[in-house]
Design a protein around this ligand. Structure first.
Ligand code: APR
Ligand code: PHB
Length: 389
């Protein structure tokens, strides 16, 4: 089989890229290990930066997002009882969209079927070959069929546990990683949100996040030790802990209700360089992971996809190799800025087990600085809405 671009992974990165290339008339095949339902069922966050909204708009896939999504003009940092509002609209002239990333995935999958994209599910044993040649190829198995697929480019959109990153020779690879000493325990429930904007709370008992999906659906998180089991946290215990960590004023507005889903997710910062090796480009979680604190995961995948689509379109339209040659540098520049912001916000709103009185005093000093400095709030706001692509 011969295609122009072979994409591994049908998550948000793989499908956004496939749609963008398909819209340019570029022949694409997407190879996904799981079933559509499995990929759809992945627990995902809910804050969209402008780059993600713009891609969905360019693809004509923004109707449901604009109908059901919530435009957020600010968010709050809570330091005990103090709420510090970051007015992102006033400070940056931009907003963020709160719209479940699972909904983005659904919109992308449904449109792929309607638009006739070649997405193949339950594909096993993908192996990448000849990445340094002009005709890289991959082998895989679709049921009883063994495929040999030759392409101009292979794009690894196969997430943190995928195979594409591992096809880069160790001698050419550099990994940067920080595993955090806590995980996030999250609950999704059909109850009205306690606040119309997100609240990131640093409490003596630990971190809490009050988020939302709609006027009738709420999303909450607390940080827990990494060895926590879901069985340790019956729903009522989680609701009670959220009330304590968000403080009495906010807690008075929390509506409890049965969980639609409860999830545990460890926190990690991870960057794999290079994001290109020969004719292999890496996008999204295949190349980087951020702690969810800054809500950057999907949005970084979107900026990678933006750069990759730009480079590939220019390569096919103008035989221009510049975009391809500079893809990794451009993508990584934005990745590192998002890593820095996600790491710094994680440091600000979590209590690290190894921290002592000095580190706590530094957190307090930073909250005081943010509360009193427009410049400090601007720095947070411009990173939260997403740096320009
Ligand atoms: N072969 C084929 N497909 C694979 C393989 C493989 N060997 N390994 C992984 N995959 C598939 C997974 O099943 C998954 O559907 O690749 C896809 C990767 O999707 P994600 O993990 O969602 O990663 P990405 O598309 O980069 O999304 C990035 O979206 O919702 C956010 O927070 C989420 O940070 C994440 C972001
Ligand atoms: C969410 O609503 O799931 C969410 C929001 C903001 C974050 C992380 C998760 O930083």
């Amino acid at each position: 089989m011969r295609t122009r671009v072979a994409i591994i992974g049908a998550g948000p990165a793989g499908l956004m890229l496939a749609h963008l290339l398909h819209a340019q008339g570029i022949d694409v095949v997407v190879l996904e290990r799981q079933t559509p339902d499995h990929v759809q069922g992945r627990i995902r966050a809910g804050v969209l930066e402008r780059v993600t909204v713009d891609i969905m708009t360019r693809l004509g896939l923004d109707d449901r997002m604009r109908a059901e999504g919530l435009v957020e003009e600010g968010f709050c940092l809570a330091d005990g009882e103090r709420l510090i509002r970051i007015d992102i609209a006033e400070l940056t002239g931009q907003t963020v969209m709160v719209y479940g990333q699972t909904e983005i995935q659904r919109d992308l999958v449904e449109a792929a079927q309607v638009r006739g994209l070649d997405v193949r599910w339950q594909i096993d044993d993908i192996a990448l070959h000849a990445l340094d040649s002009d005709t890289p190829w991959l082998t895989c198995r679709e049921g009883e069929i063994d495929w040999h697929i030759t392409a101009d480019f292979i794009i690894g959109c196969d997430g943190f546990h995928g195979v594409s990153r591992r096809a880069v020779p160790a001698s050419a690879a550099q990994i940067h990683e920080r595993v955090y000493p806590f995980a996030w325990l999250g609950i999704l429930a059909d109850v009205p949100p306690c606040h119309h904007e997100l609240i990131y709370a640093n409490h003596s008992r630990g971190f809490a996040l009050a988020s939302l999906r709609s006027p009738t659906r709420s999303r909450y998180y607390i940080d827990v030790p990494t060895d926590t089991q879901l069985a340790d946290w019956p729903e009522q215990r989680l609701w009670d802990e959220l009330a304590m960590r968000l403080g009495p004023t906010v807690a008075a507005r929390i509506t409890q209700g049965p969980a639609l889903e409860i999830s545990l997710a460890p926190l990690r910062s991870f960057v794999f360089e290079p994001m290109r090796h020969g004719r292999l480009l890496l996008c999204g979680d295949a190349a980087h992971i951020v702690p969810p604190t800054g809500a950057k995961g999907l949005n970084l995948a979107a900026s990678d996809v933006h750069y990759a689509a730009q480079a590939l379109t220019s390569w096919y339209a103008h035989n221009d190799n510049d975009g391809i040659a500079h893809y990794a540098g451009k993508a990584l520049a934005r990745v590192w800025q998002a890593q820095r912001f996600s790491w710094s916000l994680t440091r600000l709103v979590h209590r690290f087990p190894e921290d002592g009185r000095f580190e706590r005093a530094m957190q307090l000093a930073e909250f005081n600085h943010i509360a009193g400095s427009r410049a400090a709030q601007m720095a947070i706001a411009e990173n939260y809405v997403g740096l320009p692509v």
